[in-house]
Write a protein that binds this ligand. Sequence first.
Ligand code: HEM
Length: 411
Amino acid sequence: EEISMPKEKGIDHTLQLLKEGYTFIQNRKNKYESRIFETKLLGEKVICMVGKEQAKLFYDNGKFERKGAAPKRLQKTLLGEGGVQGLDENRHHHRKAMFMSLMTREMLKEIQELTEAEWSQEISRHSAEQVTVYDMAKHVLTRVAMQWTGIPLDRQESEKWVDELSAMFENASNVGPKHWKARRSRSKAEKWLKQLIEDIRKEKIKVAKSSPIYQFAWHQGLDGNLLDKQTAAVEVLNLLRPIVAISVYVDFTILAVHQYPEQVDKLHQKEFSYENFIQEVRRYYPFFPFATARVKQDFIWNDYPFKKGTLTLLDLYGTNHDPSLWEAPDQFNPSRFKEWEGSPFDFIPQGGGEYDIGHRCAGEFITLAILKVTLKFFLHDVSYHFPKQDLDYSMSEIPSLPESKVTIIIA
Ligand code: HEM
């Protein structure tokens, strides 16, 4: 038997989405007392879902696909065109394997060592200064991203890309001048990387065979051909851009250190691990609001009909704050991760499901690796204090950051 899902009345709710941001889906889940409902966004019928069972459904490759799921404006800024995010089935699995093959123990160790070394330098350059953690993190992580990827730039040349790489994720959800800034940044970076890929292929530039840039330059698609240069550039940016974006989590990590000193004490007393603390940062603070897919073919789930082609949003932030999954979800409590059983569907700040055959974030291990050494570094190797500042963060700006971007004064 089919019954229709709760449906939000009105012509369009895009403005409410912009206003309510990270809480848009949760607010309606509460209003309709339903983890699934229908609304209209940008003139299109959209299904919204939140929760663990709903995440399991969303990541079922038989029921949802990514073709045509990402808004065009996001492709022009955040994602690029032709990248792994929009692929399905065999082409997706093959391309995703190119990313996942980089996530070895050695490569993760290398990125941690680079991160520690770059933080050390950055902090000593700013001694006795007032700085924001966010801006330092963007510089540190840009240099880390270039070195780890194997892009042959010296420190000064790397620094020139901080603003471009940042604009792609900072302005992705904006309209107007900021949107255009993000588009220009992407065009400029793609042009540079296309040339670099060509130079590597023609052996005008030598890079290590084990490096991600070499691997991507010589990756063969299912048809046996190399990626076209444009696509290769988009995929290299799928490494560089999000590594720099980890700055958002770095900022929230240091905010948590400031806001929850009692939890830092517990960490020092080994009541829970550094990883538990980082996991709670990724659960508690807002970053990526929701993932998007389209219904692959008509099906019925819990009596609700899903029609082929319908755009569907899975609420990532809301699932991480779902009171049926998390006790006191609005409390910052790293201890909760001591008991967490590791489900791929309830804790989904970087998407859920599987890495290899699903669209779960390829960079989750890198994110954890970088945040862990960064937290240790700030707790043990830097002497600093927090001046008075506005630490509020918005629940509608995407990505959200504390007003002050977490300002510190380094000793
Ligand atoms: C996909 C979040 C860091 C590479 C995703 C998705 C989310 C996400 C929500 C989409 C999941 C879906 O559509 O189902 C984040 C956040 C990060 C982060 C919040 C923290 C900064 C990284 C890093 C890398 C990376 C460091 C690479 C070094 C990717 C790639 C995909 C992806 C390649 C596409 C996967 C696919 O479509 O199969 N990420 N990510 N991300 N992420 Fe991340």
